[in-house]
Each structure stands twice: as structure tokens, then as C-alpha cells.
Design a protein around this ligand. Structure first.
Ligand SMILES: [Zn+2]
Ligand SMILES: [Zn+2]
Length: 200
């Protein structure tokens, strides 16, 4: 083994962060395909340390998630997520401003899948998978309400775990989309009404 390889291995064994190769790839640095493209949207965390650009008019798909992890990590009744290609997102700040967290083993390192927060204000920024990235449209700089339209969720996931009833006609899945059961919204609200806790 060359000393270079030995150094590399020693680094990945000793350093929690492992290889830094990811820092030179989308969404942390542009690839050739992204250079010269015009951003369609910008976004940031609450304090502005973490900034990003979006290079798509709409996501691959978007959802409201009602899972218990989202409840914990976002402190909200549900979470708005947009699935995107990593090449349609570009972070415009140093990776020093970002902190990563893996729900799988509860470690803080950039090993995918991992969720990112801002080091300073702790805003949740995104959930980076191995192939795609989940961006949070709540962080986008929409100039008017109509601009949100293409980013609005088409369905609810983990709706069985909901803490709020949403009667919006969108598909409701008990768990992940397509790999769980689709719930009947009318039946749910019918039950709610019968129990006397609904508005109808
Ligand atoms: Zn921040
Ligand atoms: Zn969730």
C-alpha cells in the first residue's frame, strides 16, 4: 500500500467526518452541468448563515410528513418536504456553517442519509439521501404566495401518526407513499364527526 493510501485510510478511521470528497460535489459545489445555469429561487436558514440556490421550477414531488421523527426534529405538527435532484440545489456558504445528524445511529457526521441544520440558529435545512435530497420549502424566499404553488405537497405521508386532521382532498398514506396503505379521507372525517370531536 502506498503511503498516500495509508494516510487516507488512517484519516477515515480516525476522523468521524471521513472523506471530504462530498464538499466538492452537488449540492455543496457545482458540477459542470450546473455552471452557467440560472437559479430559480433562493433560500436560507433563520439567521442567514446557511444560504442556498434552487435550479428547478418545481420539485420531483412534495409531501407533508406526519412521522414521529419529523414531530421531534421540527417541533411542528407536520413537515413540508420537496424531493429534489442534488444537482438542482447549491449551497452558497461554507460547510462549517452546517451540522449533520443521522437519525439511523444518532451520530453527528456527514454520512448519508443525514439531516442538516444550521450551526448557529439550528434551523433544519434539508435531509440528504444517497441519491436525492429533501429540501424544505418553508426556507425558500417566495416573493408571493402564487410562487409556492408548484412546491405544494401532492400528498400526506405517515398520516396515521397525525396530530392534526387535514381535509384537503390530497392522498393520505399510512406510511411511505406507495409502500403503505392509502387512507380514505372521507371515512376518517366521518369517524371524527361520529365521535363528536369534528367541526361537522
Ligand atoms: Zn442559521
Ligand atoms: Zn417525517
Amino acid at each position: 500500500m502506498s503511503s498516500d493510501n495509508q494516510n487516507k485510510r488512517a484519516r477515515s478511521e480516525n476522523n468521524e467526518e471521513g472523506s471530504d470528497d462530498w464538499k466538492s460535489q452537488p449540492p455543496y459545489a457545482p458540477n459542470d452541468e450546473m455552471k452557467g445555469k440560472k437559479a430559480t429561487m433562493t433560500g436560507s436558514c433563520h439567521c442567514g448563515d446557511v444560504k442556498f440556490e434552487i435550479y428547478a421550477d418545481k420539485p420531483l414531488k412534495a409531501h407533508f410528513c406526519h412521522c414521529s421523527t419529523c414531530h421531534k426534529l421540527h417541533g411542528s405538527a407536520m413537515h413540508w418536504s420537496a424531493v429534489m435532484e442534488k444537482t438542482d440545489v447549491l449551497f452558497k456558504c461554507s460547510t462549517d456553517k452546517m451540522s449533520f445528524y443521522r437519525t439511523e445511529d444518532q451520530t453527528v457526521k456527514h454520512e448519508l442519509p443525514a439531516k442538516m441544520t444550521c450551526v448557529r440558529c439550528k434551523s433544519p435545512i434539508c435531509d440528504e439521501g444517497r441519491g436525492k435530497i429533501l429540501m424544505y420549502p418553508s426556507l425558500f424566499d417566495f416573493s408571493k404566495k402564487e410562487d409556492q404553488e408548484p412546491w405544494m405537497p401532492v400528498h400526506h405521508i405517515f398520516y396515521e401518526n397525525r396530530s392534526i386532521e387535514i381535509e384537503d382532498g390530497k392522498d393520505k398514506w399510512t406510511g411511505m407513499q406507495d409502500s403503505s396503505e392509502k387512507m380514505d379521507e372521507k371515512a376518517i372525517h366521518g369517524r371524527k364527526g361520529a365521535a363528536g370531536s369534528g367541526n361537522k
